[in-house]
Design a protein around this ligand. Structure first.
Ligand SMILES: [Cu+2]
Length: 488
């Protein structure tokens, strides 16, 4: 990785993005307009090369033959892309698969042209071709990257990786640990089970793997700790379809960020739902005694629990516990303003146990299966947007799930709040899990011009109708101002 500095005098990074200097010729280089103070530190450009190609990796250890996978830079997960808030990243993506691909930078607020959605923000990158992505990192937190073409197969075969954007002054911890949690469907010979395109998976809960992987190895992942120490544990759910419900035995970790963005810290006394695409940042204070050990379990299906991790204390005597964690510094986000907000509805229908599916689409959004996916191939062309919003306006969207299935709905290009059962608004996130036959209201500011995707992050649902786009039109004369996130 090459790190070097560039500096544009008298401009902050957002102004630079807005001028298109960093994405010259791409046509849609419109970063969020934020009246931020000039930062004394020049933007640092971090350069990466991500090569997507087949690889052979020992996912199950030495007792099994290596598995033929698809991977970024011969690794599952791909390399951690680590940077500091405010940096610029420039990534040369080299597609060496036998099918088209792209990279989507999940959760990063960036110009539309860099969002990596084929047929909507760019043409798919053909086999043997390259594409240069370049964008700033306005927010600290835990994010990730993955292809947006045939996600059910490309992610399912191993193409995913994490992005860690450090705060300018990171919190004081003894360890900063990433657990990238996914699953994979393997045969007895440790080869990837074929038949990615099948109607059963598309119409039910998606393709569920039979092996849970943490950081590319069969779980449980062992976390070695010292008694009294403090660990920042970053979790990513990179599975195609599996929702986890995580339980930390013997501990009450503190949730400090969700989907990258800081939240008011709260203790995890029970278990927590963790959908495809989600990230959770935890502060784990190791309060047990030396030599103790505790499991981290997935109990989403109570009869089929998965051991995700093992917190194993070493024999060293306990160090002094720190004061309670006070929270991460907030990101500067657009806060929804409910007065005068635009209200829209999104009705989800279809799937197994429904008579709504059509010949072309298993799933419908507002009465229509949205293209790209009914044939479960790559994105075939930009669909007509479901909604058009004026830039800067607040949108309230009521998602009405009239299906028997969970849908973790991911919104590109915005950060949203969920309406909680008590009527208040929850922490900033980039997805919302909508339960079967339930509604969920969300609110967000339409912050950056372009056509942005909305889709279920169960990849098999996404590619069989459960997607659409919304357009943010730049008509506004008085742009909304972002302010430090009101942490809730
Ligand atoms: Cu879904």
């Amino acid at each position: 990785m090459v790190v070097r500095s560039i500096s544009y005098p008298n401009m902050n990074r957002r102004q630079i993005l807005k001028t298109g200097l960093l994405t010259a010729g791409l046509g849609a280089a419109t970063g969020a307009i934020i009246p931020a103070a000039w930062s004394a530190r020049p933007a640092r450009v971090r350069e990466h090369e991500f090569i997507a190609k087949p690889a052979r990796l020992a996912l199950l250890g030495e007792d099994y033959p290596p598995t033929e996978v698809w991977a970024f830079n011969n690794r599952i997960p791909g390399p951690i892309m680590r940077a500091t808030q405010g940096d610029i990243v420039r990534i040369r993506f080299r597609n060496r698969l036998e099918q088209a691909s792209t990279i989507h930078w999940h959760g990063i607020r960036l110009p539309n042209a860099m969002d990596g959605v084929p047929g909507i923000t760019q043409a798919a990158v053909k086999p043997g071709e390259d594409f240069l992505y370049e964008f700033g990192l306005p927010d600290a937190g835990t994010y990730w990257y993955h292809p947006h073409v045939s996600t059910y197969e490309q992610v399912g075969r191993g193409l995913y990786g994490t992005i860690v954007v450090d705060e300018k002054i990171p919190p004081d911890v003894d360890q900063d640990v990433m657990w990238t949690i996914a699953d994979i469907k393997l045969t007895r010979e440790a080869t990837i089970a074929p038949n990615f395109k099948n109607l059963h998976d598309a119409a039910h809960a998606g393709r569920l793997g039979n092996i849970v992987l943490v950081n590319g190895k069969k779980s449980p992942e062992v976390l070695e700790v010292r008694a009294g120490s403090r660990v920042r544990l970053r979790l990513l759910n990179a599975a195609s379809a599996r929702i986890f419900r995580l339980k930390f035995h013997g501990h009450q970790p503190t949730v400090v960020a969700m989907d990258g963005h800081p939240c008011t810290p709260f203790a995890l006394t029970e278990s927590i739902l963790f959908s495809p695409g989600n990230r959770i940042d935890l502060i784990l204070d190791c309060t047990a005694a030396p030599n103790a050990s505790f499991e981290v379990e997935d109990e989403f299906f109570p009869a089929m629990r998965n051991k995700i991790g093992l917190i194993r204390y070493n024999s060293r005597s306990a160090q002094a516990l720190r004061k309670p964690f006070e929270g991460l510094p907030p990101n500067t986000l657009f806060e929804p303003v409910m007065a005068g907000a635009e209200s829209v509805k999104m009705i989800l229908e279809g799937g197994a146990l429904s008579n709504k599916a059509t010949r072309e689409h298993v799933w419908l959004v507002n009465g229509k299966g949205n293209d790209h996916g009914s044939h479960m191939d790559s994105h075939g062309g930009a669909p007509h947007p479901l909604y058009v919003f004026e830039k800067g306006c607040t949108v309230r969207c009521l998602i009405d799930n009239r299906t028997a299935w969970f849908h973790p709905m991911h919104f590109h290009g915005v950060v949203l709040r969920e309406r909680l059962p008590n009527g208040s608004w929850g922490p900033m996130k980039d997805s919302t899990l909508v339960w079967p036959f339930k509604t969920q209201e969300i609110a967000f500011v339409a912050e950056s011009p372009g056509d942005w995707m909305i889709h279920c992050h169960v990849s098999e649902h996404h590619h069989s109708g459960l997607m659409g786009t919304f357009r943010v039109a730049d008509l506004c004369k008085t742009p909304a101002a972002a302010k430090p996130n009101v942490v809730t």
